[in-house]
Design a protein around this ligand. Structure first.
Ligand SMILES: [Zn+2]
Length: 550
């Protein structure tokens, strides 16, 4: 659907079309070019569009009990104004739980009459595996039709944001009174339906580590939003930013940390919209997505079940997916991170993430760096609060840092070195990781589902720490766990690949049972090593290579 010149009312809708990949395209729909080029100037001059699944749209129209034009006018505000302002990047919030009453209504006619009787936990698991199916999309479509049929439309009202004292969705708003100067800090709350609340605070709130995925927050002092206009219609509110203001920072915390107390690299905050704070003591791990040595995405594992595929699918258009490696940083509940840093290769500008934990020691995440490097300390005492920006689809992360406790200008504690990787045995641009083999309490080997070769290994240690090598794609690739292994058996092979390269592959099995010192290759090419020394693991998107060093 698309709107009028200032996006305050419905103007029309197009025929259905396949949602385009980012970038330029020549596909036309009803005479219009489907363009998803970031910050495209031509698009900025065209009417605003809001994408709606065609089948959801049909259900919505059938179920609305008001006239078609009334339904479409109300739909426009609800759909387009979910964005807090025109051109805002998508804000990824957790989806609301399944509404059982609506599910009951539809489970009859979709042939699953008893589906709604399942407990919510089971329904959520089923939905996790079929998130985009019409069954689940149908629920909000019906809810929206009910809402639109019952609502009373309200006329458009335009107010400078600085004149708002208080506003809540579907409620009245209070205007600033000239005789009483208002509090100077504004906080806007955003949820999955758009801006839900505007309130005033006496000053910038103090960050206390509260993070949420259900809402997002914009906290600004009045002077910084003096030219921003609020549009109000049908119980909703949306901002109109002046041309001089490209975006406003949106946080996952109601009390964002002061940027004066943040150290970051890269630190291009002006181009960032959504910024996340992460209390590293409260999470189970992080998946870093790298492409060509650059950090392209971050997925936070808040629970053991967390699944990085959602972040991967939304961050990477198809053409980039083949170039991305997943590097997992496990954070054991018994361990504690107390150093976070960045290593930059001065020639290639490749970035490594540096982490030091109490139980595991130093971890370097990224390409094996060549030549001179520059290390930057982002945080050097626990608990570490990591801060990063949501990258634009297909672009690198533009802000990566930490909220620091004084003193601010700490150097990286020495020594922060890579466990001597030695020269890289595979293609020159390989990622490197390592793990000690002694004190291992269990291993989890991740396999490529198609080839059976090893992608990565997660080690858990007797001291409670945890370390990963290669690509450990939790809940994505099949994995095999072994408790108290005594031997590491592996077999390497290689084959020619594209552009005259060689693809290296390794099979890995951990064995329990009798100890052996046999290290020669057996007749099938398998080698066995006792659980001693160090495993070094080089990898690219298609290759894996491991060496055991005693
Ligand atoms: Zn365009």
């Amino acid at each position: 659907v698309f709107g009028n010149g200032d996006s305050t009312s419905y103007r029309g809708h197009t025929r259905p079309f396949a949602f385009p990949q980012p970038g330029h395209t020549i596909t036309r729909v009803d005479g219009r070019v489907l363009c998803r080029y970031p910050d495209c100037r031509k698009c900025a001059a065209s009417p605003e569009f809001a994408p709606i699944h065609f089948d959801c749209f049909v259900i919505f129209r059938q179920q609305c009990s008001v006239s078609a034009s009334a339904a479409l006018n109300r739909l426009w505000i609800l759909a387009a104004w979910r964005n807090p302002w025109r051109g805002a990047q998508p804000i990824y919030l957790s989806v609301p739980v399944v509404d059982k009453d609506t599910l009951k209504r539809i489970s009859g006619f979709c042939g699953l009459p008893r589906l709604y009787t399942l407990p919510l936990e089971l329904l959520e698991i089923i939905r996790q595996y079929s998130r985009h199916s019409l069954l689940w999309r149908c629920i909000p479509a019906l809810q929206l039709a009910d809402y639109v049929s019952a609502m009373k439309p309200e006329p458009l009202l335009t107010v400078p944001l600085r004149e708002l004292l208080f506003w809540e969705r579907s409620g009245k708003f209070e205007r600033v009174i000239a005789s009483r100067p208002p509090l100077q800090t504004l906080r806007l709350t955003v949820n999955s339906a758009g801006i839900s609340k505007v309130e005033r605070l006496p000053g910038p709130p103090t960050y206390v580590g509260e993070c949420t995925s259900r809402s997002a927050f914009i906290v600004q002092d009045e002077a910084s939003i003096s030219k921003v206009v609020a549009q109000l219609k049908d119980g909703r509110l949306r901002l109109n930013l002046p041309i001089s203001l490209r975006t406003l920072p949106i946080w996952n915390t109601p009390a964002p940390p002061s940027l004066n107390l943040c150290k970051a690299y890269p630190a291009d905050l002006a181009s960032c919209q959504t910024i996340y704070t992460v209390e590293m003591d409260q999470i189970r791990g992080i998946t870093f997505f790298f492409s060509s040595g650059q950090l392209f995405g971050i997925h936070i594992h808040r629970s053991e079940e967390s699944y990085a595929m959602d972040t991967f699918s939304r961050n990477f258009p198809n053409r980039l997916r083949r170039t991305v490696v997943w590097i997992y940083l496990p954070i054991s509940q018994y361990d504690r991170i107390f150093v976070l840093g960045i290593r930059e290769a001065l020639q290639s500008r490749d970035l490594n993430v540096l982490v030091r934990t109490e139980l595991i020691g130093d971890i370097v995440i990224g390409l094996q760096s060549k030549g001179d490097v520059k290390d930057r300390c982002l945080a050097a005492s626990a608990p570490v609060t990591m801060i990063y920006s949501e990258p634009r689809e297909g672009r690198p992360v533009r802000f990566f840092g930490a909220h620091c406790r004084p003193p601010l200008d700490q150097a990286l504690p020495k020594p922060f070195r890579l466990e001597k990787p030695g020269s890289c045995p595979i293609d020159d641009d390989a990622y490197f990781s390592w793990a000690p083999l002694c004190g291992v309490s269990s291993t989890l080997v991740f396999y490529d589902q198609n080839t059976g070769f090893c992608r990565g290994i997660l080690f858990r240690y007797q001291n409670g720490g945890s370390r990963a090598v290669g690509q450990c794609r939790l809940h994505v690739d099949p994995a095999e766990s072994v408790d108290r292994p005594v031997r590491l058996c592996f077999r390497t092979s290689s084959c020619p690949s594209r552009w005259n390269r060689t693809r290296h592959m390794v099979q890995v099995k951990f064995k329990q049972g009798a100890r052996t010192n046999h290290t020669e290759k057996d007749i099938e090419g398998w080698e066995a090593r006792p659980m001693k020394g160090l495993v070094k693991y080089w990898f690219t998107t298609e290759s894996s290579f491991l060496v055991v060093e005693s």
